[in-house]
Design a protein around this ligand. Structure first.
Ligand SMILES: C[S@@+](CC[C@H](N)C(=O)[O-])C[C@H]1O[C@@H](n2cnc3c(N)ncnc32)[C@H](O)[C@@H]1O
Length: 222
């Protein structure tokens, strides 16, 4: 994992960060000024942490306290193991999950890479990729303003694969952002580098080769 300078270990059934390009987006997007100016008190939430790869990138970038959550017990065990192996236990907390998507309190930065496709998962591993009604995406957007400190921002990481497969329109995403009283401050795009995006024999080749992954910087609307 080049953004971390070390390997991240996925467990069976846990979303593996094989697509390094979205990790690089989180590694290179400027941190919110409030976190940069006060590193000793800076904080972040990583919602749906999986292996804890994004939490680890944020901690390595200097965020003082990262709280990482996930709905999957396997992901939580995997995240805890990676945090321990990377010697980041003083910076990253993986608590027992509460009833909602968000942990208690507020943070300078909330990062969320929700399941990419609104479709029904058929196996454990697919729960990281498929979410039938985009429940996690909508919960992230709906709860963001109430969980940001003043000056804080949300980073939504989302490939547009669902749009290329006619499972979601861009307008539906923009409407959901607006309905949550959020403002888009920036959108940073990257193209996939993984081998399947170049495999013409893949049945999803047309969609995969057209895919863009974006990091949407979201602020509470004034
Ligand atoms: C696309 S994966 C991202 C994993 C990791 N953040 C990364 O970037 O590699 C989505 C993650 O969200 C988790 N997830 C799905 N629905 C969730 C929910 N309702 N609440 C919390 N986590 C959820 C999945 O278990 C999975 O680990």
């Amino acid at each position: 994992m080049s953004a971390l300078g070390t390997r991240i270990h996925p467990h069976y059934g846990v979303f593996a960060p094989v697509r390094g390009e979205y990790v690089d987006l989180v590694a290179h997007t400027p941190l919110p000024p409030v976190a940069r100016h006060s590193p000793a008190t800076s904080s972040a939430f990583d919602l749906g942490t999986g292996t804890a790869v994004l939490a680890a990138v944020l901690a390595c970038r200097g965020i003082n306290r990262v709280v990482a959550t996930d709905i999957s017990p396997r992901a939580l065990a995997c995240a805890r193991e990676n945090v321990h192996r990377l010697a980041l236990t003083d910076r990253i907390e993986v608590p027992v999950p509460g009833p909602g998507l968000y942990p208690e309190g507020r943070a300078d930065l909330v990062v969320c890479n929700p399941p990419w496709l609104p479709a029904r998962p058929t196996s454990l591993i697919e729960q990281g990729v498929y979410d039938p009604d985009s429940t996690m995406l909508h919960s992230f957007l709906a709860g963001l303003s109430a969980h940001l400190r003043p000056g804080g921002e949300g980073w939504l990481i989302l490939p547009d694969l669902a749009e290329h497969l006619d499972l979601r329109t861009r307008q539906q995403l923009l409407d959901a952002i607006q309905a949550s009283q959020l403002r888009i401050v920036d959108k940073i795009d990257t193209k996939p580098r993984h081998p399947r995006s170049k495999d013409a024999a893949d049945p999803l080749h047309t969609a995969r080769s057209a895919e863009t992954t974006s990091l949407w910087r979201l602020f509470p609307a004034p």
